[in-house]
Every structure is written in structure tokens, then in C-alpha cells.
Write a protein that binds this ligand. Structure first.
Ligand SMILES: [Zn+2]
Ligand SMILES: [Zn+2]
Length: 302
């Protein structure tokens, strides 16, 4: 249904066996990527997911560890014979940053469309994804994202029959479209029940904890949050460079009542991460250490 992969888990710099933090989703034949640091295309290749269907790329911010892999990725998508436009979403300056990077990747067989975020929170609907961008607190302009698949109400066959709605209209009504047939207009609310729970993933890295993150992540099936530092004494560093510790991420997951938390964006200095997890799970039990390439296929509830 909604396939989510944490492509890499490193912050600042890629390491052997640890690519830079990025997340990719697959839904209904469309891929969405969040962040694209150096080597992200290798992580995608290792996972075995395709380049051609990448329709949307979101950027949290323009530190190199989140965007410097873009020119190479775009070239690879071109080599995969992509011709459909690609939508890029990111904080102010998006077009300038990307066009500068594209000096080394000028010829692409597809258009690039830009959506520069201006507001503190913005919602963009594309290819069946509802993307919610929300401003966070890093040392440059930075956004977190939720990616949602909304789910309409159940189709009520008896109601459709009772109102003599032609069967050929049912499929489109089920998809939420309004249909006119023989001069009569039928609307989805005539046959659909109340909206059901969809799927929701939150991705947020390079920030201090904020109330907005908790609100945006509310009820997520999966939250992928930054855990730059595990050592409790590194809280001072976290505050100085505007990052989060394992414990702060776990507290957000708890307050947002998410189903599970994957930690990511680990400091290159981090060793023995597992030894800190007992304390982290005291705050939020469903916490896992992110691993490169880990993925989950989220399904609608019955
Ligand atoms: Zn970073
Ligand atoms: Zn950063």
C-alpha cells in the first residue's frame, strides 16, 4: 500500500555502510523522496527501488548532507528515460539552489517544477499524496514533512441502488469524483460513508523539538525523527547546533501518539547506539534505531 524506506541514517557525512538520511515512499506507482544527500542514489540502487517513477522530491533544508546528491540523482533519472516533469518542494531559495547545482547537470529529458515553501505550514496534494510541510527550528530555514494517504468512506451499494445511480458511475464516485450522466449530477457524498483512517508518515530532521512537530506528527503510523546524539551529556551540543537527542525524539513520538518511531541522522561520532535504547524505550516503547534500507509496507486498517 504505502511502502516507506529509510534509505540512509547518517547525519553530516556518509560513512561506510551508513548513507545520509533520506526517505522514499512508493504508492500507487508513484515514488516520493525526502532529502537527497551525497550517495542517496546509491542507497536507492541498493534497496532496488526504481528511479523512473520519482515524481516528487522534498527537501528539509539546504545543508549539503540533505541535497548534494541531487545532480547525480537527476542524471540517473534521465538515464532511466524519465520524461514526465518532477516536482521539487523545499524552503525559500529552492530554485536558486537547484539551478546552481544543475550547472553540472544541465541537460535533462524532463522538466523541473518548483514549489518554494513560503508559509510556516503548507499542504500540497500530488499523485495521491497529501504532503504537509511545517517549519522547524534549525540554524537555517528547515521544514519537516508529513506524507498522508487519505481514505474516503466506504461505498454503499444499497444507497447507490436506492438512488438509481447508474453502475457505470460507481467507480468514479468511489474515487471521490462528481459525475454527470444524462443530465443528472451525482456527488460522492450520495454513496460514500464517513472518511476512514488513512496512512500517515512523518519525517523530521535537523531541528530542536517544537510544539509544531508534535502537532504535525499527531497519530502518524510511522515517525522518522532525528536522533543526532545518544549520549545524554551531548544535550548542550544539540542545543548549540540545533539538533535533537534520542530522548527528545522519543518524547515527541510519545506526545504525538505515533504508532512507531525510527531514529535517524546519527552523528558520525556515535558508537554503541543500542546501549542507550533502554532509556529511550522508557520514554517511548515503540522506538527502533534506524538502519539503512529498513522499510515497512503500511496497510489501511480493515
Ligand atoms: Zn543534517
Ligand atoms: Zn542541517
Amino acid at each position: 500500500m504505502l511502502d516507506v524506506c529509510l534509505l540512509g541514517t547518517a547525519g553530516m557525512m556518509p560513512l561506510p555502510y551508513r548513507w545520509l538520511t533520506a526517505c522514499m515512499t512508493r504508492y500507487n506507482g508513484s515514488h516520493l523522496l525526502i532529502d537527497c544527500g551525497e550517495g542517496t542514489q546509491i542507497a536507492i540502487k541498493e534497496k532496488g527501488w526504481s528511479f523512473h517513477p520519482i515524481d516528487v522530491i522534498c527537501f528539509t533544508h539546504y545543508h549539503a548532507d540533505h541535497i548534494s546528491g541531487l545532480p547525480g540523482l537527476l542524471l540517473t533519472m534521465g538515464n532511466a528515460e524519465r520524461t514526465e516533469p518532477v516536482l521539487l518542494i523545499g524552503p525559500p531559495g529552492l530554485k536558486k539552489v537547484v539551478e546552481s547545482l544543475r550547472i553540472i547537470a544541465p541537460d535533462l529529458p524532463f522538466e523541473i517544477e518548483y514549489k518554494e515553501l513560503k508559509e510556516k505550514e503548507e499542504t500540497i496534494t500530488v499523485k495521491g499524496y497529501q504532503i504537509h510541510a511545517f517549519k522547524v527550528n534549525h540554524n537555517i530555514s528547515c521544514y519537516g514533512y508529513t506524507v498522508e494517504i487519505l481514505r474516503g468512506g466506504k461505498f454503499d451499494v444499497e444507497r447507490a441502488k436506492g438512488q438509481n445511480i447508474p453502475i457505470k458511475c460507481w467507480n468514479r464516485l468511489q474515487k471521490g469524483e462528481t459525475v454527470t450522466e444524462d443530465g443528472i449530477t451525482y456527488t460522492p457524498d450520495m454513496v460514500l460513508g464517513t472518511a476512514r483512517k488513512g496512512l500517515k508518515v512523518t519525517y523530521c530532521t535537523d531541528t530542536r523539538p517544537t510544539k509544531t512537530i508534535v502537532e504535525a506528527a499527531k497519530g502518524s503510523d510511522l515517525a522518522i525523527l532525528e536522533g543526532m546524539y545518544a549520549e545524554p551529556e551531548k544535550i548542550a551540543k544539540a542545543k548549540q547546533y540545533k539538533h535533537m537527542t534520542f530522548y527528545e525524539a522519543a518524547k515527541i513520538a510519545k506526545e504525538a501518539e505515533v504508532s512507531k518511531l525510527w531514529l535517524t541522522h546519527f552523528s558520525p561520532s556515535l558508537v554503541g547506539a543500542e546501549s542507550y535504547m533502554e532509556k529511550v524505550r522508557e520514554i517511548f516503547a515503540q522506538t527502533s534505531l534506524g538502519k539503512d534500507g529498513m522499510s515497512v509496507d503500511l496497510q489501511f486498517e480493515e
